[in-house]
Design a protein around this ligand. Structure first.
Ligand SMILES: Cc1cc2nc3c(=O)[nH]c(=O)nc-3n(C[C@H](O)[C@H](O)[C@H](O)COP(=O)(O)OP(=O)(O)OC[C@H]3O[C@@H](n4cnc5c(N)ncnc54)[C@H](O)[C@@H]3O)c2cc1C
Length: 314
């Protein structure tokens, strides 16, 4: 069976959930082979084995010193050397760039923002505010596929996860942009926005920089907090929490939109959420076209009641 290369997302050796989802998807196509860049492969390998990785290719340490280009050269090199059936990466902004560059090097096609992958490498995409599902297939070369986090449920399966050091001769161009400093972002108790199973977002309807109404509901659900661009542009919430076309793309099991109208640019970042709940005082708000459950009301009345009820039931 041909190998399917999966670029591992990890933080200092701790494998991110999205990688376990990619390994699950990879098993439908061929034999999953994880590609590890950076330190910590020894501590992350057990997790990769739990989700069916048969191989773990560990890249030379220097690759972690650069931004995207060397990773694309590594993936393209491995895809050719191993005659891979496909290359899978998570659909983060950085990895989408890696996917594009890898596909160019391989002379193949790239599919991004994929929400499902089936055998024969047919990908599913959710478009037009979730109203339409399209399927796509790369017609020549090794398909390079960027899958959205939370799209494919991770299922464990035993894998050998045999480590193998690999090397690649990097071009001078790939080494042009180097990482000179890393700043650790302060992390709160809440889950990471793009990986969270539940996201509670606030929009202009919140009305001020007091986002506690959104945060309290999020905390009662163990959710991440998101925000519309209107809320971010007003300075009410930091921009790394913006959901949408020019913000983060999320695909949680539950997305709660508080005081968000549902503009197309916001939908672009959350339309593939499995269940959408909206609270908006305007019954004509477009978000209700997308919502599985909608409440017409003032979020400052509805959300605290919901929070209280959830906390009571814990
Ligand atoms: C190129 C481009 C890129 C963009 N990228 C993004 C993006 O990434 N993400 C994004 O979000 N937007 C993006 N936008 C902006 C987008 O078009 C909208 O302007 C924005 O999403 C609106 O945010 P909002 O829904 O919070 O505000 P509004 O559209 O003003 O909606 C506020 C909603 O809150 C409701 N409301 C008000 N008070 C209450 C209350 N007390 N209780 C309940 N409901 C209440 C109102 O009825 C209304 O529906 C982009 C725009 C452009 C042009």
């Amino acid at each position: 069976m041909a190998e399917v290369l999966v670029l591992v997302d990890h933080v200092d050796g701790e494998v991110k959930k999205v990688t376990t989802e990619l390994l699950t998807a990879a098993r439908r196509i061929g034999e999953p082979a994880a590609v590890w860049v950076g330190a910590g492969a020894d501590s992350g390998t057990a997790k990769l084995a739990e989700y069916g990785a048969q191989k773990v290719y560990t890249a030379p340490a220097e690759l972690a010193d650069y931004v995207v280009a060397p990773k694309a050269e590594l993936l393209a090199h491995l895809a050719q050397e191993k005659s891979a059936a496909a290359v899978l990466v998570s659909a983060t902004p950085e990895n989408k760039e890696i996917a594009g560059r890898t596909a160019v090097k391989l002379g193949s096609g790239v599919l991004t923002d994929v929400v499902d992958v089936t055998g024969e490498v047919v990908t599913e995409h959710s478009v037009f505010g979730g109203a339409t599902v399209t399927h796509a297939k790369v017609r020549s070369g090794v398909p390079v596929v960027a899958v959205r986090p939370n799209s494919v449920p991770a299922e464990p399966a035993e894998g050998a996860a045999e480590q193998e050091e690999v090397s690649v001769e990097l071009s001078d161009a790939a080494k042009a942009a180097k990482v000179v400093e890393r700043v650790v972002q302060e992390k709160g108790e809440r889950p990471e926005l793009t990986e969270a199973a539940i996201v509670v977002s606030g929009g202009r309807g919140v009305g001020s920089d007091d986002f506690s109404v959104v945060e309290s509901l999020a905390d009662s659900l163990g959710a991440a907090v998101g925000a519309s661009r209107a809320a971010v542009d007003s300075g009410w919430y930091p921009n790394q929490f913006q959901v949408g076309q020019t913000g983060k793309t999320v695909s949680p099991n539950l997305y709660v939109a508080l005081g968000i109208s549902g503009a197309i640019q916001h939908r672009a970042g959350m339309q593939t959420s499995k269940n959408i709940v909206a609270v908006n005082k305007d019954p004509e708000a477009p978000i209700f076209e997308l919502a599985d459950f909608g409440v017409v009301g003032d979020l400052h009345t509805v959300a605290p009641q919901l929070t209280e009820e959830i906390n009571k039931r814990k």
